[in-house]
Write a protein that binds this ligand. Structure first.
Ligand code: NAD
Length: 491
């Protein structure tokens, strides 16, 4: 008999209160030994002026209970509101987002009756760092931050998950043909770590063809591990092609805290109409019960849910020729409660088992870092944006041993010897490197070619005197003697 656990619950916005109410009814009727603390987060809290959407008391309660069942939340558009979901995931260290999607064919219509995929998405980093700036009249930027410990944690988690749950294959998806540093690190760590799990097949797809394959042949995938943005997108694709985005559940897992929800959002277009499908959040609740080491209740609920679907009792989004009765959210919930204790006759429920997956990551050994140049970004629109003019001006700027090497616009070389056809914005990246670096193969590998930070400060002073408007700089480093920044297209 499991011990009673107290959990935190937020009903959410839009369809949130309707589906949460069903989920709580089912949980209570299942006999799961849970007690509930309700917190207010989301739209109303945002509109009261709390920009995170989360009052202090909610944080305290979540931290005390360690488990949070959350209805979907509406992020108000504009107005500087940060997504509450992203804030909770990052603040509470929920590094792994686990999104299983399994076909319930033929009762949920899908072209892929055999699909059974778990998307494991990195949940804290990547473009979701949310660091964005407008830099010039024409150009805005968003920083993609990826850390080595972040990659190690999620990839280790994916392999440990596969091992614990008897999965056969882990597929990594990245775009490392373009993003060689960020996605490249993710892929390299995946390749290295996969060798520690010889019983599990490991492969890699570039995310574009990988997503296309998921959309067309999802049966060939088992566990997929990927970066934050790609994982967000492909998990919606997997839920949708399995029959409905309303079916998928999601676990956000950290070391001491976990949050469970549906994959979908607050669906404002159908809110208040009693037509939303509560199955996604019910699946999330079952994942929570497994996490709480109460797998018997997860199994009971899942069997009742499958039996309801098998009996042809469907919410509108599941309507097909096997539907016997289209019901509302509440009525669907009642049908599940009535079936608690029954099993589906055709759909198979895999007996859930609770596995504690503990991940520890050692800090990487420190690399030797040498500063060998700087990219200075300028806001410049003079002289019909002629790169030859800017190039000549910058060639004349002297700062110790720093010299202009290349100018790019949106990453493409425009000086020296650029092409006139290249479209030029007001945002210029001007690469300065130590003079010696221009010899040989153009790469600096020797620490003698290091420059000082004071040289960069001197360079910026000279640029200001020349009347140039710099926006920001990025230092160029070698780590352990190896170039660790991208070359410009055409450099
Ligand atoms: P959405 O997932 O809310 O809706 C997309 C489509 O799917 C809509 O047509 C909707 O009616 C339908 N749908 C979603 N859930 C359904 C269900 N249970 N049953 C039947 N149909 C369902 O995505 P959106 O419209 O892009 O986002 C709406 C809001 O939700 C936004 O404010 C967004 O920021 C937020 N959001 C929150 C979460 C979360 O809380 N984890 C996740 C995604 C989006």
């Amino acid at each position: 008999m499991s011990e009673t656990r107290r959990i935190t619950v937020a009903k959410g916005d839009g369809i949130g209160p309707e589906i949460t109410s069903v989920v709580l009814d089912v949980l209570k009727a299942s006999g799961a030994p849970l007690e509930y603390d309700f917190i207010r987060v989301g739209k109303d809290v945002y509109l009261e002026g709390i920009k995170s959407g989360i009052p202090e008391s909610a944080w305290v309660n979540m931290a005390q209970n360690g488990v949070f069942l959350k209805g979907p939340i509406t992020t108000p558009q504009g107005g500087g509101y940060k997504s509450l979901n992203v804030t909770i995931r990052k603040t509470m260290g929920l590094f792994a987002n686990v999104r299983p999607v399994k076909s319930l064919s033929p009762f949920v219509a899908t072209s892929f009756p055999k699909m059974d995929i778990v998307v494991i998405r990195e949940n804290e980093e990547d473009l979701y760092a949310g660091i964005e700036h407008q830099q010039t009249t024409e150009v805005v930027q968003c920083l993609k931050l990826v850390s080595r410990p972040g990659c190690e944690k999620i990839i280790r988690y994916a392999f440990e998950y596969a091992r614990a749950y008897g999965r056969k294959k882990v597929t990594c998806m990245t775009k490392d043909n373009i993003m060689k540093q960020t996605d490249g690190m993710f892929h390299a760590i995946f390749d290295k770590m996969s060798k520690e799990y010889p019983e599990i097949e490991a492969d890699h797809y570039i995310i574009d063809i990988g997503s296309a394959r998921i959309a067309n042949r999802p049966e060939q995938f088992d566990v997929i591990v990927t970066l934050n943005l790609y994982g967000d997108i492909i998990s919606d694709i997997t839920a949708e092609i399995a029959g409905s985005v309303g079916m998928g559940g999601s676990a956000n897992v950290g070391t001491d805290f976990a949050m469970f929800e549906a994959i979908h959002g607050s669906a404002p277009d159908i809110a208040g109409k009693n037509i939303a499908n509560p199955s996604g959040m019910l699946h999330g609740a079952c994942m929570m019960l497994v996490h709480l080491n109460m797998p018997e209740y997860a199994e009971k609920i899942q069997k009742a849910l499958y039996r309801t679907i098998e009996d042809g009792i469907h919410t509108g989004d599941l309507k097909s020729e096997l539907t016997k009765k289209v019901v509302g959210t509440k009525e669907f919930g009642k049908a599940v409660v009535e079936r608690l204790g029954k099993s589906p006759e055709k759909l198979k429920v895999t007996k859930p088992t609770s596995h504690k997956i503990t991940i520890s990551v050692k800090p990487p050994s420190k690399l030797v870092k040498s500063l060998i140049g700087v990219d200075v970004f300028l806001d410049w629109t003079d002289c019909d944006r002629d790169p030859e003019v800017l190039g000549k001006l910058l060639e004349s700027v002297e700062a110790d041993n720093l010299r202009l090497k290349v100018i790019t616009n949106r990453g493409v070389k425009v000086y020296p010897h650029g092409r006139l056809e290249t479209f030029r914005t007001d945002h210029w990246r001007c690469r300065f490197v130590a003079k010696e670096a221009r010899e040989g193969n153009g790469e600096v590998t020797h620490p003698d070619n290091q420059i000082r930070y004071s040289t960069i400060v001197k360079l910026l002073g000279q640029l200001e005197k020349t009347g140039l408007n710099f926006i920001k700089i990025e230092n160029l480093y070698n780590f352990n003697g190896k170039r660790c920044y991208s070359l410009a297209q055409g450099e």
